[in-house]
Ligand binder design. Sequence first.
Ligand SMILES: [Cu+2]
Length: 585
Amino acid sequence: MIASLFGPLGLAILSAVPALAKDWEGQAYTWLYQFPMPIPPVKSPAMTITNPVTGGPIDYYEVYINHFQQQIYPNKGPADMVGYDGIAPGPTFLIEKGRESVVRFVNNATMATSVHLHGSYSRAPWDGWAEDVTTSGQFKDYYYPNSQSARFQWYHDHAIDHTAENAYFGQAGGYIIHDPAEDALNLPSGYGIYDIPLILSAKQYKSNGKLFSPASETDSLYGDVIHVNGQPWPFFNVQPRKYRLRFLDASISRTFRLYFQRSTGSTAKIPFQVIASDAGLLTGPVTTDNLYISMAERYEVVFDFSTFAGQNITLRNYEDVGQDDDYLHTDKVMRFVVSSTPVTDTSVVPTALATVDFPTPAGPTVDHHFEFERTNGEWRINDIGFADVANRVLANVPRGTVELWELENSSGGWSHPIHIHLVDFKVLSRQNGRGNTVYAYESQGLKDVVWLGPGETVKVEAHYAPWDGVYMFHCHNLIHEDHEMMAAFNVTKLLDLGYAETDFRDPMEGRWRAEAVTPAKFTPAAITEKVQFMANLQPYNNVDEVMEELDDYWATHKKRSVGPAKGDKVKARRMRIEGNRVNMM
Ligand SMILES: [Cu+2]
């Protein structure tokens, strides 16, 4: 097929657009826009326990990781899935900033799990370290701070070597933090009413209606069936007014470039406002008519349906995003059915949204250069894979410093969304790939994932605080992650900081590991005792004080580079962090 396209100078050029290799990779799904979009239910705490140090509340939740079945094809058998509380996506947590939480994840499933709360600066033992697994019949209590700015976090599996399977079969859910500053803006609000999570995923099914497993994939599983909140190509009834749409790409391999279009008539792309990204609100709304969102990224959009009363709006996806495989309907996502009844809408999108806590610029020197590459069919970071236990800590970052990291995609035509745990970063620059562009919706807020399109090199800057400890960074194509495109960095302890606190640096510390489920551990008294024991060690309640101590420290100390320098792969390979148990396992 030959199509006429417009080149960068507005000149019409002829370009060969490849025809689809095939319409479907798996079982065809033909019920587009026939079924309503589900909204994941809100998770309620099982009890609220008093923090014995601060006197504040700690909400305690129990989540059961259960096998379940879901009818995807109306004319086939149900799909076998595994999800949080036996649903997919899992229930949504609605958290007020400042209310701590402990979530007990109970593994009733067959495969081992580990839970990462993506977007949270959780202490290392509760960050979902891949090897910190909870096996079938065990539970683990995860303690979360919830003291960061309002943001759309999500919780998902992170278990060593089979994260892709666990996430794909259903282990992902939303975790939304609200704060008073955001609430005061009068944005469209009300979870499931005018504030709508749109959790995207792409999967592939077998002829019996069951999921095709990514277990034996080593490159990618792009999926030919697009889901929103677990339903293929749903419709959603809306009123002619503004909505806040919280996008999360929970696919294991597919990147989207989204746009809105009338379902009939004009095919023009309809502009919308991006108001938030991974770490919450942008400085101000960014108006665009299309949006890249790769795996694990979150973007929040306000779309105004008020001029489309009685019409249908289709959410579409570009073709040829990255080098993902396209199928018959992967250029479509869902449909909004706009009612014809006028409504009053008092919500607004202010021109100033938030004061974003950008890191103090560290200067032009690159502290660490990481190459994301494919070597002899294996996925690697600076030639290291996560299984290389002795060498996988690729950076030592002095606690409280700002570092500039350069992330290079040197793996040919592949793309990699890179997630750095613990921190929020600013995307500074992008070279090659998409025209040296950092999109305004990427740079006007803080992020924890950045998409490295084919051939791209991106610089990101982050404040490595507030905690010390060993954390992961990795590709969020979960098949790449499972096949070793994951490493660690160590936010090092400042021995002379002079600030006394409990040590939470080791993500594998024995006392925080999963335990066997027994009735005695699930009594209210036992739960209260456990939660208060954790709280007594004060993992989170002094965060402002910690930040001040770190600022004071670095006002009078000079940073000494302690990690491998730019391009120094040999050094990276040999570097060991002495005394770090994680590294020596
Ligand atoms: Cu990747």
